[in-house]
Ligand binder design. Structure first.
Ligand SMILES: [Fe+2]
Length: 124
């Protein structure tokens, strides 16, 4: 068994741990576009000192490529420190030169690793 076998996935509308990926379905080759990743878009995840989302990673796998490439890593460091709470959402600006798949991976401190993905087409 590998850690990959322990990464869970589900419909984000029914499972509060699954990260959502919002970005255009098709982007222009070599042009920057915004990607929003979040956990709890439909069903809020708890955000307490005891139970929270620690981080979200974003990867891109070009179509036909064996590997994934890390595009961003977002730590959510405050979960009740003082009166501060970081919410598990982030926006990044990126670009690609070919179509592929965006993958988001999130970590709940109690319920482990969760993933989702979204295909991106390119034009131009
Ligand atoms: Fe959780």
């Amino acid at each position: 068994m590998t850690i990959g076998d322990r990464i869970q996935s589900a419909d984000w509308k029914k499972e509060k741990h699954v990260p959502t990926i919002e970005c255009p379905d098709q982007v222009e080759t070599g042009m920057p576009f915004l990607v929003n990743v979040a956990v709890g878009k439909e069903i809020p995840h708890p955000n307490t000192t005891e139970h929270h989302i620690r981080w979200i990673d974003v990867y891109f796998q070009p179509a036909g490529d064996k590997f994934v490439y890390q595009v961003g890593h977002f730590d959510f460091g405050a979960h009740g420190e003082g009166t501060a709470y970081a919410h598990p959402a982030a926006t990044l600006l990126m670009q690609v030169n070919e179509p592929g798949t965006l993958i988001a991976l999130s970590l709940c401190n109690i319920h482990g690793l969760w993933e989702s993905s979204k295909e991106i087409a390119t034009s131009g």
